[in-house]
Design a protein around this ligand. Structure first.
Ligand SMILES: Cc1cc2nc3c(=O)[nH]c(=O)nc-3n(C[C@H](O)[C@H](O)[C@H](O)COP(=O)(O)OP(=O)(O)OC[C@H]3O[C@@H](n4cnc5c(N)ncnc54)[C@H](O)[C@@H]3O)c2cc1C
Length: 395
């Protein structure tokens, strides 16, 4: 039935390797092309994978990529100054899982390799030439690949998005830098993730099962900074910068003071993708952060990337033309990802610089209370979403 036999997946992150595994299940031959020279170059901190993301991986038999390398967090609390509000968990849903980004990437790629799916490193896509019968992916090193379809899983700064539409909007800087670490301090209760609004900025933390506390900071900064530039700064210098913002917060200040330098990481600027008008053009299509990067407040970026990768593969399996498949994919995915992005953007506004102190308490409290009073309404549609692989897509 499918009009696509071969696909070049651009980007070897979560969306890219999930797409390759899903395409394989759909009977389509996929090859992954990653711009970095090795997977080790993009190591980051921990990711919290929500129940819908883990369930989506189950559809393609890849849930062990998360379950074998992660630990659960079953409760969440919001701390605003000295107030703590417990968020009720949804009954019958599995806990979110914390996994190191490098472990998840590694496990997905290993599974792909075991199935005969190749990942080529050092292959940065720079152009694509389409004709009536196929598309040629052109890489920076001068090499190329001829396929039926190019899938852009190339993140917020996507090249494929630009090739689809040179006028496509780029990512919007949130005004926040991401840093994380693992402190020797034992803060909060085991199995609980705390979202903390300190006196000047937002941070989050949870206990690591092997001891200590993992924390993540959203540090206000007027201009963005690349991962490379952020990592060029010494950990001790970052500690001083973080203490200027979080030093008087409890437990934020102590968490940072008691983080060994080799466990303090800078990840660079946090971005959000505004609504992208075109997700595809002829034989080019985008998935994951390239198409829809919600604010990190949603806790859904990775899960939505996984879902989109699998649903695109389903559409390609069932449609008789590339255009019908990509149109069906966008119709299936756009309403969901835009609803979640909108919900998260309300929370993100409260994290923005200049909103802290009295102002933040006033603005975040109604949102937190609404979520605490009606968890099913606020979180149910996001977390209970399930993909039925056997259900044919109507195209
Ligand atoms: C600090 C931080 C914390 C986060 N925490 C969470 C969390 O707890 N839970 C959650 O669900 N989400 C979280 N997210 C979001 C999540 O990481 C992303 O939504 C997810 O990684 C998107 O995956 P992706 O594969 O679409 O993009 P990416 O992970 O960005 O992967 C894109 C890949 O494409 C490659 N690439 C780019 N351009 C090219 C090119 N031209 N040619 C070839 N390759 C190219 C890149 O090198 C990269 O490997 C977080 C994000 C950040 C920044």
């Amino acid at each position: 039935m499918t009009a696509v036999r071969t696909a070049a997946v651009i980007g070897g992150g979560i969306a890219g390797h999930t797409a390759a595994l899903a395409l394989h299940k759909a009977g389509i031959e996929a090859t992954v092309y990653e711009g970095y020279a090795s997977s080790a170059e993009k190591i980051g901190g921990a990711i919290a994978l929500a129940a819908n993301g883990v369930a989506a991986l189950e559809v393609i038999g890849a849930e062990s990529a998360v379950l074998d390398h992660s630990y659960p967090i079953s409760r969440q609390v919001t701390r605003i100054g000295t107030k703590t509000i417990t968020m009720p968990a949804l009954p019958d849903l599995p806990a979110m899982r914390i996994v190191l980004r490098q472990d998840l990437y590694g496990a997905l790629q290993e599974q792909a390799t075991d199935l005969g799916i190749a990942t080529h490193y050092g292959k940065r896509l720079v152009a694509a030439d389409q004709d009536g019968t196929g598309v040629t992916a052109r890489f920076e090193d001068g090499s190329s690949a001829e396929v039926d379809l190019i899938i852009g899983a190339d993140g917020v700064h996507s090249t494929v998005r630009q090739l689809i539409d040179p006028d496509a909007p780029g990512p919007r800087y949130t005004g926040l830098l991401a840093l994380d670490g693992r402190s020797d301090l034992e803060a909060g209760e085991p199995d609980v993730m705390s979202f903390a609004f300190g006196s000047k900025a937002y941070y989050l933390f949870w206990r690591h099962p092997d001891g200590g506390t993992v924390w993540g900071a959203n540090l206000p900064r007027p201009t963005p900074m690349s991962v490379r530039d952020a990592r060029a700064i010494e950990a001790e210098q970052w500690r001083q910068t973080l203490l200027e913002t979080y030093g008087s917060d409890a437990p934020g200040g102590e968490l940072i003071r008691r983080t060994p330098a080799d466990r303090l990481n800078a990840t660079g600027a946090l971005y959000i993708m505004p609504s992208v008008p075109h997700w595809s053009r002829d034989r080019l299509v985008i998935i994951g952060d390239a198409a829809h990067a919600p604010s990190n407040s949603s806790g859904q970026g990775a899960s939505l990337a996984i879902e989109s990768a699998i649903e695109l593969a389903k559409c390609l399996r069932d449609a008789s033309s590339v255009q019908a498949a990509t149109a069906a994919y966008e119709a299936l995915r756009r309403p969901r990802v835009e609803r979640i992005a909108k919900q998260a953007s309300r929370i993100n506004r409260t994290k923005a610089p200049g909103r802290f102190g009295q102002v933040v308490a006033a603005s975040i409290m109604p949102l937190v209370m609404a979520a605490a009073m009606r968890p099913e309404k606020i979180f149910g549609p996001t977390l209970r979403y399930r993909i039925d692989w056997d259900d044919a897509v109507r195209v």
